[in-house]
Ligand binder design. Sequence first.
Ligand code: GLU
Length: 484
Amino acid sequence: MDKKEVRVRFAPSPTGDLHVGNIRTALFDWAYARHTGGTFIFRIEDTDRERVTDEYIQAAIDTLKWLGLTWDEGPEVGGPNGPYLQSQRLDLYATWAAKFLEQKDAYKCYCSADELEAVREAQRAANQAPGYNGNCRDLSADQIVKFEAEGRKPVIRMRMPDGGTTFTDLIRGEVSFDHNFVPDFVLVRGDGSPLYTLAVAVDDVLMKVTHVLRGEDLLSSTPRQIRVYQAMGVKPEDYPVFAHLPFVMGQDNTKLSKRNGEVSIAWYRQAGYLPEAICNYLALLGWSPGDDLENISMKELTELFTVERVHSSPARFDMKKLEAINGDKIRALTIDEFMTWALPFLTQAGVISGTPEELALVKQALPIIQERITTLAEIPPMLKFLFVKEFAVDADSLPKISDSQSKEVLKVSYEQLQSLGDWTHESIEGVLRAALIDGMALKPRIAFGAVRIAVTGSHISPPLFESMQLLGRDKSLARIKASL
Ligand code: GLU
């Protein structure tokens, strides 16, 4: 058999911001395409335009770009199999649905919502599996005329044959569905709008998708999609190969939700996570590169990613691990890269306005905090003390320097620092150690703690002596004096 070019798609229905689960799928799709030298298709499944808005679609596009998951076919870049928004492909679904009716693979179903509910009720009462009972499968011409005359708007239903569907999932192995549990399903609503099962299957065929890597929650829709391929006349050897990725669970092993970990990727972006850290961490949710390797680059991910290394058991979301990876990625940045990431956070927080002097000072200050932070959002509070116009000690730190011992520490520090020759972090440290630790026999935490609060306004700051050097002699001394 010819080796087919790999074509994978990420096909979200953005009814909100993309979340961790969506992006884990997108990442695996992208990595698989890049690993195999195949094509990564990005398709927007927006047939439900009440819930999928233009704004969410744009946000999804922006999120993928921000993460560096570039696509070869899809919105903005186009491609030979477009359009890539399902709302622009409605005529295709209508054409195929009509063909299925003609082939008798599908039929019109006139049952009303109340009638369907009554069927479900009866099934529940009889302890039967719920699902359509096939009432309209074989209507006579007279019955159809009667229903039409009543003004009923039919849906189009796919006829599921007796028997079952078996396919080989790359992650789960052989999976079988008994059609007793896969009732005839709706392809097109009474108003003519297509359902997911129809649109997804038609598009996967028309876009020549070879591999469907997606969340396990969609496993049960696979036999229905295979039924659509059959009705489209696709040969079994040309069906896309399925790989259903394991669930991502929250920290407490229940379904991932806002409460136990999941928040939108937009939230992580705002909270100061680097795209590379998010991708690195999400890559480990259900896949492992082997050798206990945990810190990997996007390039390594594409080199190492294989579906064989995806687990079938659920993965657990661990915020602490994501934080640790984010810290590692921040430390690995060059100062210029770090600057690029830090500046928007500093300007948005109103810490700097972006003058050349400010930028020069930020550049000097960043190396002293790079080792200490886990998210970019920690930068503004850490560096604020260098830029504030009206300096004041934080309300919660003020009591910590109001006692007599702290006052003494500040007084001695002021006197010693005043006569200090050159103002470097080494000389500042030398003189303060001599006076406070050796001279006053204080513990460093107590002694330097008071100076830290007086100079930076907070008990949490970058390293003290470097901070004082950056702040400069005049401001440092003026702040200590003001605290006295
Ligand atoms: N549009 C579907 C969703 O967001 C996914 C389609 C698929 O991957 O098959 O849930």
